[in-house]
Design a protein around this ligand. Structure first.
Ligand SMILES: Cc1ncc(COP(=O)(O)O)c(C=O)c1O
Length: 371
């Protein structure tokens, strides 16, 4: 996704890289000096465009590490010229992917004894010393090892002398919602680290905190924090990075009683000016926003009327004086004094901001702005 791709359909996302850099700096200022920052750019940087966001962070020297979810995502960043250390946060099964991770200088996660064995095998075959981070299960219930399994895997790797365990980490499941459970996870993590230290394994980097934990729970910051949400401005106190824009492509006035959209789920209660906007669920704009969402037009909030279709939605533009075809529509972002933030859209769709921006498909060109 580049800013140079030509597009005619007037629907696009603007990614404000200046805001992203500012968020990284803002975030860093709130952490102790020695705390490293791993900027999470998985899921195409939560839909913002991973290569551009990673490059902005690298050029500004604003992140120490990057986090991706798969080898494919990491390889794409290396091919885009990203030199920062990259941690692959997800499972590397099938373990053949370790070979690509090693070739492209990515740091894999080891989350089982089996994966430790396979990584050592790759290091042996490649005649290279590689490094990895161990993933510990403390309450997320996704991937990760019990303290005993971590000791076994780390012990095995130490014996082979081929794989350095340079980090150990865990992930919180309720950092935004349940402080007590997060503290319990932290306690379990510390216990597991003591177990590893007792077995002679002391990784340099201990890390656990996402945006919410890093900002709210100083004890969870450890050696490195792993923010995503805050850096994209999807967390209170940070600047929104992504705006989603379109234009009115068709206008009509319908009489009272007129039906709008598939299933005729909306009937006009009065003569209504209807503006058609070329964005739909094939762009990742949730159909759950049918008859619920809003968009900005003429500096006002206009309700979505009728069902959102694959490629289009309709707005009630009756309150917008002099509305014309070609007028700007803002689905996420600011217009005049009004603003619709991604978390508001997410709430209206019954989901979380992560999903709202990540869902935007490749059909929506991203335009990268330096500001
Ligand atoms: C392992 C891991 N670390 C960190 C993050 C970043 O979390 P957030 O975007 O809430 O800061 C994620 C995101 O889901 C994650 O999966």
């Amino acid at each position: 996704m580049t800013s140079t791709r030509r597009f005619f359909r007037p629907t696009w996302a603007e990614v404000h890289l200046g805001a992203l850099r500012e968020n990284l700096r803002r975030f860093r200022r709130r952490m102790p000096r020695s705390t490293r920052i791993l900027f999470v750019v998985k899921g195409d940087a939560y839909g913002h465009g991973a290569a551009a966001c990673a490059r902005a962070a690298q050029q500004a020297r604003a992140a120490d590490w990057l986090g991706v979810s798969s080898v494919e995502e990491g390889v794409a960043l290396r091919e885009a010229g990203i030199r920062l250390p990259i941690l692959v946060l997800g499972s590397l099964y099938p373990f053949e992917s370790f070979l690509a991770a090693v070739e492209f200088g990515l740091t894999p996660t080891v989350a089982s004894l089996d994966s430790a064995r396979r990584l050592a095998e790759v290091a042996r075959r490649q005649r290279r010393r590689v490094s990895c981070h161990l993933k510990l299960e403390t309450g997320m219930g996704r991937i990760g090892m019990s303290p005993a399994a971590a000791v076994a895997a780390a012990g095995y790797l130490a014996e082979t002398r081929l794989v350095e365990v340079s980090g150990a980490y865990t992930h919180f499941s309720c950092a935004e919602t349940d402080r007590a459970f997060t503290l319990e996870q932290l306690r379990r993590f510390r216990g597991a680290l003591r177990g590893l230290a007792g077995a002679g394994v002391s990784p340099r980097l201990h890390h656990a905190a996402n945006s919410a934990a890093a900002l709210r729970l100083p004890a969870a910051r450890l050696d490195m924090v792993r923010p995503g949400l805050a850096i994209y401005g999807l967390y209170p106190g940070f600047r929104a990075v992504l705006s989603l824009k379109s234009k009115v492509v068709f206008l009509k006035t319908v009489p009272r009683g007129a039906a709008i959209g598939y299933g005729a789920t909306f009937r006009a209660r009065r003569p209504t000016i209807v503006a058609t906007v070329p964005i739909g669920y094939a762009d990742g704009w949730s159909r759950r926003l049918s008859n619920r969402g809003q968009a900005l037009l003429g500096g006002r909030r206009c309700p979505v009327i009728g069902s959102i279709s694959m490629d289009m939605l309709m707005l009630d533009a009756t309150a917008v004086p002099g509305v014309r075809v070609g007028d700007d529509v803002v689905l996420i972002g600011r217009q005049g004094r009004e603003e619709i933030a991604a978390p508001e859209v997410a709430a209206a769709a019954g989901t979380i901001p992560y999903e709202t921006t990540t869902a935007l498909t490749s059909r929506v060109p991203r335009s990268f702005l330096p500001s």
